[in-house]
Design a protein around this ligand. Structure first.
Ligand SMILES: *Cc1c(COP(=O)(O)O)cnc(C)c1O
Length: 396
């Protein structure tokens, strides 16, 4: 404990053998998905939506792979997400999809060449003032609300606002877009909402054309819009979920060949042999029905495995499905390996993704805990290192 002694070298912690749980990200799968989506979009461009740290895959990894696969621009939700891309040397156009209201935020957009999304005259004027003060022009995009009731100017006021923006010489209106509220519902189940949103969008575009204010880039499709109807492609589609290899709805699976880019894996930290009738984990929500061999996995809800999946999860080991038992705890969960004698301490199991000829998808999880695959993917915490892997869906 003597203070004068040199401290020992800290142990190396980056090796896989020292990891308890991690997310494997297959950049080649993202690049291939981008390529397939790009082909499906034909003459329309692909904007890769990399918000929320690339839906949990790592924004930079995803951005680079998507651009390599033919995406021509990137979408982020926040200013900080956009700055991260620029600081890492990414030069592609970046649209901030979230709302920015503060002058400082817009000033940063100008500095980092990020396009803000504008929903009103106030922000457009702020941009004009900032840019003209520096003798520059600032690109921005206008969002129309056609039926989502979230960001955007009411579509009926769209043409008027575009005309006002056209008067601001330091502002370049680089795009006009809207967002679909129900594109992931099967045809006939959305009460005609997608069609109504498209008609409203068309009404605005027609009015702009009549005023000689044709926007440079018109877009409304997310993954579901891009996959469901080529009539929704316009100049560009903003694709998130499908880029990561997951269809946005069951009826849209197979429209474009997609490869899941993420595998969630964890290590067995202990094997327990228990008698029949033993209560397991908090609240004893599971009780062994037979003499059992249980494996403790070093991953829990603090890593992003929803606790609501307790007793409903399965994991894969060499293509075999093993049931998870008892309450999922903050840092650990337990699986029943009674029928899998090969599972040993230190072995790696797959919670999401492919293993052998089996695969567990985020939709399988989300269907069991009343959420959507988007929330599953972006729920993985930074405690889980993201590791590059090129293995596709084959297990190591
Ligand atoms: C997140 C987002 C998208 C991407 O949606 P996916 O369903 O993941 O394809 C597209 N547009 C906007 C405005 C978004 O916020």
């Amino acid at each position: 404990m003597a203070g004068s002694e040199p401290s020992p070298q800290p142990p190396e912690t980056s090796g896989l053998e020292r990891q308890r749980a991690w997310v494997e990200v297959d950049a080649a799968a993202i690049e291939a998905n981008a390529r397939s989506l790009r082909r499906h979009l034909a003459t329309s461009e692909l904007m890769a939506v990399v918000k929320a740290d690339g839906y949990g895959h790592g924004a930079l990894t995803v951005a680079r792979a998507a651009l390599a696969g033919g995406a021509s621009s990137l979408g982020v939700a926040t200013l900080a997400e956009g700055i991260e891309l620029r600081r890492s040397g990414i030069e592609a156009p970046v649209l901030v999809l979230g709302g920015l209201c503060h002058e400082q935020e817009l000033r940063s957009c100008l500095h980092w060449r990020l396009m803000p999304t504008i929903s009103g005259r106030r922000e457009a004027l702020l941009c004009h003032n900032l840019a003209s003060g520096q003798g520059r022009r600032m690109a921005l995009q206008l969002k129309l609300d056609t039926g989502m009731a979230r960001l955007g100017v009411d579509w009926e006021q769209g043409p008027q606002l575009v005309a006002a923006i056209a008067e601001l010489e330091a502002v370049q209106l680089a795009g006009v877009y809207t967002h679909l509220a129900s594109a992931d519902l099967p045809p006939g189940e959305d009460d005609g909402l997608t069609r109504q949103q498209q008609q409203r969008f068309e009404t605005v575009l027609t009015s702009l054309q009549q005023q000689g204010l044709d926007p440079v880039c018109r877009h409304l499709a997310n993954s579901a819009g891009a996959l469901s109807n080529p009539g929704l492609h316009y100049d560009l589609a903003r694709v998130g979920l499908a880029l990561y290899g997951h269809p946005p709805a069951t009826h849209l699976s197979g429209v474009v060949a997609l490869q899941p880019a993420m595998r969630l894996r964890a290590r067995v930290s202990l094997i327990r042999e228990l008698a029949a009738g033993v209560g397991v984990s908090y609240g004893h929500r599971f009780r062994t029905q037979r003499p059992s061999r249980l494996a403790v996995l070093a991953i829990g809800y603090a890593d992003g495995v929803p606790r609501a999946l307790s007793n409903q999860l399965e994991v894969l080991f060499r293509g075999q499905r093993l049931p998870q038992v008892g309450a999922i705890t903050m840092d650990q969960l337990i699986v029943d390996a009674t029928d899998c004698p090969a599972l040993e301490v230190g072995a790696v199991v797959t919670l999401l993704g492919g293993d052998g000829d089996q695969e567990i998808t985020p939709s399988e999880w989300s269907a069991r805990c009343d959420t959507i695959p988007w929330e599953i993917l972006c729920g993985f915490k930074h405690r889980l290192p993201r590791l590059a892997c090129g293995g596709g869906s084959t297990a190591r």
